[in-house]
Design a binder for this molecule. Structure first.
Ligand code: NDP
Length: 419
């Protein structure tokens, strides 16, 4: 029996909340606290007739540490699940420390204003030292290690699908199938079709910032950075078929490079259709992906935030998206002196997700692991003082929970490898 505070009430949060409400034995009480309280109230009304979980709602600005700390103190949850935006990670972590509760999120910290000179100084130093230029990295949240450790609190970072499940797959492969993992290819395929010429499957601002940035991968102890979308491969995905995929920078590479002994190369690929890439390039060329505020008729606007207003709300894609996702990891390495390869993946159907929780598969594949991470923290199975990623705990209970809560996985020996 536990009490969870969930921050945010967007696409991913909605799935995590549905799943907590299906899992009333663990989550007998939840609070949905977000910027727009009417969305929280609407979801509460929808779920009330079908769950034993007691739901309360609250309005909160998660950028405001004092306001959030006060709310956490007054509700006194066992943990806070942060499914707002990566911009809020540090303020929510600060509030959790002040109120003395565990913390879980699904994506690592990003600065909203990447022109802030203080942030830029740290960022540029980090680019030089580590060799990749992505606007997000773990250093900001890993810097909380001592504070969480000293407070006896757990911070579980990145409990979505990727990052999240992909790192649990890695820990599982390491525990049960390999003596040493040498290469990891993380493949994220979305074979879904929503019928719009252009839309993003999760928050457009976060999504477009990620995919328009230079790609990078980890090889022989260092980062190799490449031009955006300049490494392309094709792969035949179970349940989806052949798709083009492109190498991107992704946050779990950073954690896995640190935590998987002997790993030589880690890459991340995501599938994109030609129409998506053409739209994105055009928007980028005209400056619509910029995060730098511009003056427009006496008002300051941030181009990418304005673009977000024009694009379809990812939460509205559910009813119209058909097809499947296939996300997983291909490993090569050594077991008992012999070379071996293994593929662990999940296939998820957009329409099945919609029928179950009213969301498409991208929100579903993130929201389910968010609930599972929160469950393992509150029930003590994944509790230890400090700041951790999902590869740093026993993967078995998480893998079992994926099967039980809607994301069953497949283990395939000798898969086709990516060259
Ligand atoms: P949405 O934009 O749909 O939802 C974000 C929610 O956060 C909204 O309800 C928004 O409120 C709320 N919010 C934003 N700012 C604040 C604030 N200052 N205070 C309180 N609430 C706030 O995003 P998604 O659901 O698509 O994404 C949620 C998270 O999941 C992101 O961090 C994203 O990066 C991550 N993610 C992780 C993935 C993974 O596999 N690991 C994959 C996909 C997403 P309002 O309703 O007022 O707008």
């Amino acid at each position: 029996m536990s009490r969870l505070m969930i921050i945010g009430c967007g696409g991913v949060a909605s799935v995590a909340i549905h799943k907590c409400c299906q899992n009333s034995e663990v989550f007998d009480e939840i609070m949905i606290a977000s910027r727009t309280v009417s969305k929280c109230d609407a979801l509460k009304e929808k779920l009330k007739p079908v769950t034993r979980t007691k739901i309360t709602t609250a309005q909160v600005d998660a950028d405001n540490v004092e306001e959030l700390t006060e709310l956490i103190r007054s509700y006194a949850p066992d943990a806070v699940l942060n499914v707002a935006l990566p911009y809020q990670d540090l303020t929510v972590m600060d509030a959790c420390l002040a109120a003395g509760v565990h913390y879980i999120d699904t994506a690592n910290y990003e600065a909203e204003d990447t022109d802030d000179p203080e942030w830029r100084k740290v960022y540029e130093e980090r680019c030089r030292r580590l060799g990749f230029t992505a606007l997000f990295d773990y250093s900001w949240q890993w810097a909380y290690e001592d504070r969480f450790k000293n407070a006896g609190l757990t911070a579980l970072l990145g409990s979505g699908f990727d990052p999240g499940v992909t790192s649990v797959f890695t820990a599982y492969a390491q525990k049960h199938y390999f003596d040493e993992i040498h290469t990891i290819d993380i493949l994220d395929c979305n074979g879904g079709d929503h019928g719009y010429p252009f839309a993003t499957n999760f928050n457009p601002e976060i999504n477009l910032r990620e995919v328009s940035a230079p790609g990078s991968y980890w090889e022989d102890g260092k980062w190799v950075e490449i031009e955006p979308m300049s490494i392309k491969r094709e792969y035949d995905f179970e349940g989806v078929g052949r798709k083009d995929m492109y190498l991107l920078h992704h946050e779990e590479i950073e954690a896995l490079a640190k935590n998987i002994p002997g790993v030589r190369r880690i890459r991340f690929f995501m599938t994109f259709g030609q129409s998506y890439l053409t739209h994105m390039k055009c928007l980028e060329n005209v400056g619509m992906l910029s995060t730098v505020p511009v003056d427009f008729q006496g008002q300051k606007i941030v181009p990418i935030q304005f673009l977000k207003e024009l694009l379809p709300d990812p939460a509205s894609l559910g009813p119209r998206t058909v097809g499947k996702t296939n996300i997983g990891c291909i490993f090569t390495g050594i077991k008992d002196g012999k070379e071996k390869s293994l593929y662990i993946y999940n296939v998820c159907d957009h329409q099945e997700c919609y029928r179950e929780v009213g969301s498409q598969a991208i929100s579903y594949t993130t929201g389910v692991p968010a609930m599972i991470g929160a469950m393992l923290v509150v029930n003590g199975q994944w509790q230890k003082p400090g700041v951790f990623t999902t590869d740093e705990f026993d993967p078995d209970p998480y893998m079992e929970a994926l099967n039980r809560w809607g994301l069953p996985w497949v283990v395939e020996e000798n898969p086709v490898l990516v060259d």
